[in-house]
Ligand binder design. Structure first.
Ligand code: GLU
Length: 428
């Protein structure tokens, strides 16, 4: 997103440069990995319901495909920028690598606000996006998925357009499709549940009982909702949830010290994760400023909204009790905030590890589509748990043995796998 003074791509490159030094990567490998391999910038003309035409800007970045076809979501957001998409495509490469799935990294975006578009206009936008890229993406090149403000219906429209253009069915292309139309059971839950699988393992290692913990969450979209669901099922208590209010163009933190009730909040939430503020107040939620979630008296912070939320300023307000930060969002913590978190000894489960459950389940979706046989939800979720737990353990063991910050340990594993793939292919 465009945020004054913050550039996600610079941040992703800064993180990469530090790991490249740690791994003593040679110059060609650094040059290859610090920028996307390919990027597409394009216009999408869309016929609006009133007969007029609006032109939207779209992007796709293919950061690296040495380990397999590029993989990553498409975001719809009014403040989307090419640099954010570049950063996110790079983070996707590290994400697929840390969970060791045979995919590279990509990301797409459209500058638009789906709140202002009818269903038919959204369909034309999705089809238009695919018309531009139909020969540059595909099951063996680059596989999109849902992300911020996109959903399974958007994915199905895009797939349908691709299949119409190519004149055949491509079941392994595009993930996050509706269940029954090639989607995988468990995909909706996967990212949020994956976040909590890694949190559960972290708490075990720290010798903390999950039932004794209290958390504050930023965001109330798909990731946050399912993370809250599993965390509370395991006995944790969420006391604050922050989210965006479309009418006020501001965010608020909703707090209930006795513990928020997921079902009651879901009943007053729109499809973009916006909570109805009047109804929340009538249900006895205190309404605090949007950034108040970070200063709550909690053990766990779960940022699950957008990038740049824990930065040089906000990091100072993290409460004294916080022991774990588990990053559901992509890029929520800036490098200067990382330095403070590191010095305070807070345990961080970095974004591209914590939120890798979504893409891992996308990979399972591709596998099921390709063999044309679908697993039960229990099978999917138990395979997901195995993959997330194994990835978490590999990272935390490296962090312990080499005395590395968790984010650095995750980067060391990811980047070295990708660098080796580039080397093995003879690219560098
Ligand atoms: N958009 C999700 C992410 O950022 C999922 C990507 C995918 O499934 O390809 O990880």
């Amino acid at each position: 997103m465009a945020v004054k003074g913050f550039n996600a791509f610079e941040m992703a490159q800064k993180q990469f440069d530090a790991v490249a030094d740690l791994l003593e990567l040679d110059q060609p490998t650094r040059d290859l990995l610090r920028t996307p391999l390919r990027e597409y910038h394009f216009s999408i003309p869309v016929r609006m319901d009133d007969g007029s035409v609006r032109v939207f800007r779209g992007f796709r970045c293919q950061h690296n495909d040495a380990r397999g076809p590029c993989k990553g979501g498409i975001r719809f957001h009014p403040q989307e920028t090419i640099d954010t998409v570049r950063a996110l495509s790079m983070w996707m490469t590290w994400k697929c690598s840390v969970v060791d799935i045979p995919l590279g990294g990509g990301k797409g975006g459209v500058i638009c606000d789906p709140h202002d578009l009818s269903q038919r206009e959204q369909e034309r936008l999705c089809r238009g996006w695919m018309r531009v890229l139909a020969h540059d993406v595909g099951p063996l090149r680059d596989v999109p998925a849902p992300d911020v403000m996109t959903n399974p219906q958007h994915m199905l429209w895009m797939l349908d357009e691709y299949e119409t253009i190519h004149g055949a069915k491509y079941p392994g292309f595009i993930t996050g499709k509706p269940v029954g139309m090639g989607g995988s059971l468990g995909r909706t839950e996967a990212t949020g549940y994956g976040v909590i699988f890694t949190l559960r393992e972290a708490l075990k290692e720290l010798g903390i009982k999950i039932e004794s913990t209290v958390a504050a969450v930023q965001g109330f979209g798909n990731v946050a909702q399912y993370a809250i669901k599993l965390y509370t099922q395991l006995g944790g208590k969420v006391i604050a949830v922050a989210c965006w209010d479309q009418n006020d163009q501001a965010s608020y933190t909703y707090r209930k010290k006795s513990g928020i009730k997921l079902e009651e909040l879901l009943a007053i939430t729109d499809r973009f994760g916006g909570i109805d503020k009047a109804k929340a107040e009538s249900l006895d939620y205190e309404r605090l400023p949007g950034d108040a979630w970070i200063e709550q008296d909690v053990d766990i912070l779960l940022p699950a909204a957008l990038e740049n939320q824990i930065n040089g300023e906000t990091v100072k307000r993290i409460g004294p009790k916080v022991k774990v930060i588990v990053e559901g969002a992509n890029g929520p913590t800036t490098p200067d905030a990382d330095a403070v978190i590191k010095s305070r000894g807070i345990f961080v489960i970095p974004d591209f590890l914590a939120n890798a459950g979504g893409v891992t389940c996308s990979y399972f979706e591709q596998v099921q589509c390709n063999m044309n046989f679908f697993w039960t939800k229990e099978e999917v979720l138990s395979k997901l748990d195995d993959k997330m737990t194994a990835a978490f353990k590999a990272v935390s063991e490296l962090a312990r043995t080499r005395k590395l910050y968790m984010r650095d340990a995750a980067y060391v594993i990811s980047v070295s796998r990708v660098a080796n793939a580039c080397k093995d292919r003879g690219w560098v």
